[in-house]
Design a protein around this ligand. Sequence first.
Ligand code: GDP
Length: 506
Amino acid sequence: MSNRRTFAIISHPDAGKTTLTEKLLLQGGAIHLAGEVKARGQARRARSDWMKIEQQRGISVTSSVMTFERDGVTFNLLDTPGHEDFSEDTYRTLTAVDSAVMVIDAAKGIEPQTRKLFEVCRLRSVPIITFVNKVDREGRPVFELLDEIADMLALDVSPQAYPVGMGGEFEGVLDFATGCVARPEGPSKEFLGTRDCDPSIPDRFAEEIELAQIGYPEFDLDAYRNGDLTPVYFGSALKNFGVTELIEALAKHAPPPRPQPAGDDKVDPEQDEVTGFIFKVQANMDPNHRDRIAFMRMASGTFKRGMKLTPSGLGKPIAVHSPIMFFAQDREIADTAEAGDIIGIPNHGTLRVGDTLSEKDKVRFTGLPNFAPEILRRVQLKDPTKTKQLRKALDDLSEEGVIQVFYPELGAQHIVGVVGQLQLDVLVSRLAAEYKVDAGLEAAPFDTARWIKGPQAEIETFEGFNRANLARDRDGDLVFMAKSAWDVNYQQEKHPELTFSATKER
Ligand code: GDP
């Protein structure tokens, strides 16, 4: 049985993802990160400077892979960029994990970005462990939070811990499994390791706690692994409460590498043949080299350096001589990697998002969709003699996954779609720097896009009435450009035989 746990953290900005990540890395065996955490302010500044440079050079922003170990379990934590750098990569990263930790701010509950990311997890039934963070501060009532998770996400919730008071009344976190309370200590009120296993709980909390234990479903491993139930932990990333319990829950319950869908088949992680798929391509990571790094999630087999793998679509094998493993900030040369691990493969544009790599070139992984963009813009070409270059650039950048491009059925202006604002800046600067195309972006009269499928006759009828709102994507597939979500619902009701899909499989 594999000892890998490949997961991501999903959350809304400010819920505490960065703080929790640092604590997880510290508690795991990522020892050389400790220095970095101490120099945290500095590291953060360095990181944002790096982002600025990335932006000026017109390259996309890093989403890294962090590996740490604890008690014989290897954790691969895939970062889902979540702030101004929110992009389709954020979504795609979730196709490469076996489970996720959902971090919620106890004072805020489910926020919009948490919800969006959750929906992407649900597409693939990714199991979720919930961590309600910041219980050292005043938060919303626990039952309200639990019910909100259950109602908004249509999930069963199973509390595994309980905060004994919050804010000024905070007395620690009770772990249901052991019955011990992790107590705050010292002037900083942190968790320094003191667990009280014969706690006297004040009456006003005791009743609530009993209700929480009997009023919600018990933890059920199958329901969790099917994505139907989420165990809920409470803690404080900042003050170190609940972090150990979270790692232990990941080690104990989170699934090891899951079989990966490949059409009607599934590829078993235990099979000998090395297979994997590309979930992200990063251009020009090292400004001195014009190469790209393709991030491959290993689906099966044991990869060894120098191995020959055939990318789907290319037909001929490539030798992977210098794969990169991302151990926090440092790049390390990987010698071997197994199912669940991520390796970076340098290349000159041969590898694309969604590609399968394999030894025998027989499988094709599926379930790596494009996601409907949430921001749409018209591209305004400043020099009309550059039409051809623009088209080439947009096609290239859409294959790389930086943007999506739509060619309207009426009118000549191209429309680009992205999930996060930063991608638009990246687009404009890369157009100028790499393709010598001076272009601007202007508002498009659309809010979102949906891929249309259905019986041919129905599609034709629909086309007849809606030509001004139709476009073709890079592959020539038909897309409905909608003015609003309401517009999508309206058309869906009017045309029940058609599907308006927010995702598309390549
Ligand atoms: P991210 O945007 O989700 O990565 O959130 P950060 O980890 O950067 O945290 C956002 C803010 O919340 C920072 O000021 C943190 O210090 C603070 N924070 C994070 N976790 C906790 C917590 O458990 N308790 C309290 N009181 N503050 C926290």
